[in-house]
Design a protein around this ligand. Structure first.
Ligand code: GTP
Ligand code: MG
Length: 229
């Protein structure tokens, strides 16, 4: 009986291992190998949390989040066995005047750019206008920068994080629907204006726990699969 139980335990492990193995053997897996992925975005939007999740399959505890050191060499973290090299900009929380040099370096050198912003702030009456202005300013800088590169070969994915916090705001369904319609319209317009590369906006993501982080990463993978097919 014990042996039968032990045997059952191996089935999910073997299935999981063969899934990872088959991914590595597919064209998609081969195409992703050695790609560079850059994580940029607003202060506190979850850049470090996502980078750690991609590298370790587990989100860090708040006390484990240290000030990220900008990795120019892309030889630090890699995304699992796929060999995607991850670079992440360091903390912007303390900088009053930000020069975007780290972002520019990643826009120039990375094939996959993930841009994080805190989605919940766009629903908070006292914060939303200022926050949207900051996103607009950054996106305009990035557009200019991407124009100088082979941007058609890059994929830019904007990810709204902190979606879990929207529930705490106590909005009615109507309030939520009308606010989201405005947010979506404004962000789409901002990107459409002259982003040359393949861009996507994935609005409702959360990095509050591993389960949510996995969902977010799966959504990113869907876009990468389409792009690198
Ligand atoms: N509730 C919630 N908390 C999040 C989410 N994403 C990140 N956090 C938390 O937000 C805080 C900031 O996350 P970081 O990963 O340090 O953000 P960052 O973009 O690296 O911040 P800087 O490096 O300072 O610019 C941490 O306490 C995270 O645990 C999310 O989706 N939901
Ligand atoms: Mg950080």
């Amino acid at each position: 009986m014990e042996n039968v139980l032990t045997a059952w335990i191996w089935i999910p492990i073997i299935v999981a291992a063969s899934l990872v193995g088959s991914l590595l053997l597919t064209d998609f897996g081969k195409k992703l190998k050695d790609k560079k992925l850059g994580i940029i975005g607003l202060a506190g939007s979850g850049k470090t949390t996502l980078a750690e999740y991609l590298a370790n399959d587990s989100i860090p505890l708040p006390e484990e989040i240290k000030q990220t050191v900008f990795e120019k060499n892309y030889d630090g973290k890699t995304f699992g066995d796929l060999g995607i090299k991850i670079a992440v900009t360091d903390s912007k929380s303390n900088s009053t005047k930000y020069d975007y040099s780290q972002e520019k370096e990643l826009l120039l050198n990375c094939d996959i750019i993930l841009y994080l912003f805190d989605m919940s702030k766009l629903f908070i009456a006292t914060e939303k206008d200022g926050y949207f202005k900051r996103i607009s300013k950054e996106i305009r800088v990035y557009q200019q920068e991407l124009k100088q590169t082979e941007s058609k070969e890059k994929i830019f994915i904007a990810l709204g994080t902190h979606a879990d916090k929207i529930d705490d705001l106590g909005l009615t369904q109507n309030e939520f629907d009308s606010q989201f319609a405005t947010i979506r319209e404004n962000l789409k317009k901002l990107f459409e204006n002259n982003f040359d590369c393949d861009w996507h906006i994935l609005f409702f993501n959360s990095l509050v726990d591993n389960e949510q982080a996995e969902k977010m990463v799966n959504k990113i993978f869907e876009k990468l699969r389409d792009f690198f097919k």
